[in-house]
Design a protein around this ligand. Structure first.
Ligand code: BV8
Ligand code: ZN
Length: 245
């Protein structure tokens, strides 16, 4: 049962910000980072997605990223992704902040989006920094930069690396400037993304967590909806359409 306070915010708000994590892509068949999903070839994903692995074992690094790219190419956005496209239509000042590098929000149709941790299908040179737009086929073990011969890498933020300042700034502005902040399918652990809901709350926003499980954010959220995004987000769209009609 949704609270009256939440229903009146859903009805009257125009500025709505949504933060997503791996949980929203789980129903598309993409493993999350927690639990057994967080292990690949008996290595913790958080250890693989590091500059150290790229440096010391580029074969293993690319084998991991090519495995993920192949997996993502075989799946489609799910009803949770499409419901956020409806949110973008229903709320004039909507903004989507994702930690996911799987490009599924864009594929579903969201345009007002910042990919805080990058996009696995973009590639850049780790030497001259040039962005390479041509798709890098998964068979090439160690792709090289056509400009300087340096090692290419997916344009994602690895653990221990700073986020792009402009992306973090956009996310912080959207968190500080919204009336409702949804934290969706994320374990609310990885920083600095995990601080965004607190920034929103500190600026008077109504913070709503959507996750089948508790997270460190749960006790600080104004409302927690326990369930799968593929079910709860489309249900929310129907409620919002009724409230706005
Ligand atoms: C940085 C791109 C400067 C690569 C990623 C402060 C304190 C402690 C540590 C730190 C700190 N500040 C910085 C750190 C270090 C680190 C960090 O936060 N570590 C964690 C582990 C504590 N942060 C960094 O390194 C950041 N850089 O801070 O640089 C610096 C450097 C060093 C030291 C200080 C400062 C860079 C962070 C970005 C790293 N790159 N991804 C790639 O993907 O290949 S992070 C990656 O992991 C994801 O992008 C995402 O952010 C994170 C995984 O979290 P989630 O997406 O939430 O997924 P998870 O599996 O954890 O949870 C899924 C949830 O979904 C669960 O709760 C589950 O219940 C739920 N769920 C499941 N099914 C469903 C569902 N929900 C709804 N519906 C369903 N159907
Ligand atoms: Zn280069």
């Amino acid at each position: 049962m949704l609270s009256q306070k939440f229903l009146s915010r859903l009805k009257n708000a125009s500025a709505v910000t949504v933060l997503t994590g791996a949980g929203i892509s789980a129903e598309s068949g993409i493993p999350t980072f927690r639990g057994k999903d967080g292990i690949w070839e008996d290595k913790k994903v958080e250890e693989l997605a590091t500059a150290a692995t790229l440096e010391n074992n580029p074969e293993l690094f690319w084998k991991f990223y090519n495995w993920r790219k192949k997996l993502i190419n075989e799946v489609k956005p799910n009803l949770g992704h499409y419901a956020l496209v409806d949110f973008e239509r229903l709320y004039e000042d909507f903004f989507l902040v994702t930690q996911n590098v799987d490009n599924l929000h864009r594929t579903a149709g969201n345009e007002k989006i910042v990919e805080l941790h990058g996009n696995i299908f973009n590639t850049k040179c780790s030497k001259c920094g040039k962005i390479h737009t041509e798709p890098i086929s998964e068979v090439i073990q160690l792709p090289e930069c056509k400009y300087c011969g340096g090692h290419l890498r997916p344009d994602v933020v690895l653990f221990g690396e700073n986020l792009e300042e402009k992306n973090l700034k956009k996310a912080q502005e959207a968190a500080a400037g919204c009336e409702i902040f949804f934290s969706v399918g994320t374990s609310s652990i990885v920083e600095p993304a995990a601080s965004l809901p607190y920034l929103a709350k500190a600026n008077g926003s109504y913070v709503v967590e959507i996750n089948p499980e508790e997270t460190p954010l749960s006790d600080h959220a104004d409302e927690c909806l326990r369930g799968a995004t593929g079910k709860l987000l489309p249900a929310l769209v129907i409620i919002i359409e009724k409230l706005q009609s």
